[in-house]
Design a protein around this ligand. Structure first.
Ligand code: DAH
Length: 349
């Protein structure tokens, strides 16, 4: 059958080459796919071959049929364009519009949301244009506190409001933490806040607009083991079962203690060296930095009217683009490509 099909394919290609107009192409088509056409006969023969070989034969004929159809469409279009001079050929097959797909960042947002929803987090969104109060003061970063310098911020040109301060383009999704506490009122809280953030930076690992996802869990008895368990769960779901995380002490104003979350490198799998004994160039000694996390600072709980004697919580906030770039198989070395709107780049994902 395979031989027959390949001979047929060659024969058809030859006769198509000889065809001089659309009519001749149509005649060839009928001689192949018409009621007593060669291909139609071959298809009927499938019934006579042994049962176990039929699926394979079916697959093969389908493939050849598909290739033939493509060949005919192409050939017919070529001729029809030439024949246009003699009038419009209304039988030219239409141009099939190209299928698009969601942007990779949107895909990553869906994937991350899904992973956290599976363990009971609720997805929320909070304003992109935010008060200084929620972006900083409520998060234990009073005015003039040097930590605020790390969050270079876009300010909206409007007079400050007495209680909430100036308006800013939110520099991080942490500003949703206190909003969530005030909205929910009473723990338990398990939120995943995903949104756009803004900071005036532009280089291979920064764009002035980027996405973060922020987790916040508050309840009675929440401790660091819950944070670590959640980080491990996420890393395994998003990056793969072989990946591990570690918490490295760090400092943030809104968490105490604070950590950077690291994940084992997907290239050297946490060893720091490759099979040939050379140092892994992707990571630092086997670990890659994912983002910030920590136990919610009591002052932040107070901003959200939550009793810090009764409740504790953990939080984490990471960049979506950066997290996505670290997924193995995504060889992205310049974050700006994501927003360059070059369709040739975006189509690959
Ligand atoms: N908001 C911090 C930033 O943008 C990241 C962060 C650190 C979020 C620690 C947190 C956290 O929730 O606990 O750099």
């Amino acid at each position: 059958m395979e031989k027959k099909l390949s001979l047929l394919l060659d024969e058809i290609k030859k006769s198509l080459e000889k065809a001089i107009n659309v009519k001749e192409i149509d005649d060839i088509w009928i001689s192949i796919f018409g009621q007593s056409g060669v291909f139609t006969r071959i298809i009927k023969e499938i019934q006579n071959i042994p049962k176990e070989k039929r699926p394979e034969a079916g697959k093969l004929t389908n493939q050849v049929k598909y290739n033939l159809e493509e060949l005919f469409i192409k050939k017919r279009q070529d001729f029809s364009h030439k024949e246009l001079e003699n009038g419009i050929d209304v039988t030219i097959p239409g141009n099939i519009p190209k299928k698009g797909h969601l942007h990779i960042v949107t895909q990553a947002i869906f994937e991350i949301t899904n992973i956290f929803e599976k363990i009971g987090f609720t997805k929320v969104s909070y304003p992109e244009i935010e008060w200084e109060h929620y972006a900083f003061e409520a998060l234990n970063m009073p005015k003039d506190h040097p930590a605020r310098d790390d969050f270079e911020t876009f300010f909206i040109n409007q007079p400050a409001e007495p209680k909430f301060g100036k308006m800013v383009l939110t520099p991080h999704t942490s500003s949703g933490q206190v909003r969530e506490m005030l909205k929910v009122g009473k723990p338990p809280i398990r939120m995943i806040n995903i949104g756009k953030c803004y900071r005036p930076n532009w280089d291979i690992s920064h764009t002035p607009m980027f996405y973060q996802f922020e987790g916040l869990v508050i309840d009675e008895g929440i401790n660091i083991t819950h944070l670590k368990g959640t980080m491990d769960y996420f890393a395994k779901e998003f990056f793969g079962p072989e990946r591990k995380t570690r918490l490295r002490p760090f400092h943030f104003q809104f968490t105490e203690p604070s950590f950077e979350v690291d994940i084992t490198c997907g290239v050297c799998l946490g060893k720091g060296t490759l099979e040939d004994g050379k140092k892994c160039r992707i990571c630092k000694e086997g670990w890659l930095e994912l983002g910030g996390s920590g136990m919610v600072h009591p002052n932040v709980l107070h901003s959200g009217n939550i009793d810090s004697n009764k409740y504790t919580g953990f939080a984490f906030g990471w960049g979506i683009e950066r997290t996505y770039m670290m997924k193995s198989g995504t060889k992205l070395d310049d974050i700006r490509l994501l927003y360059g709107n070059d369709i040739r780049f975006l189509e690959q994902f």
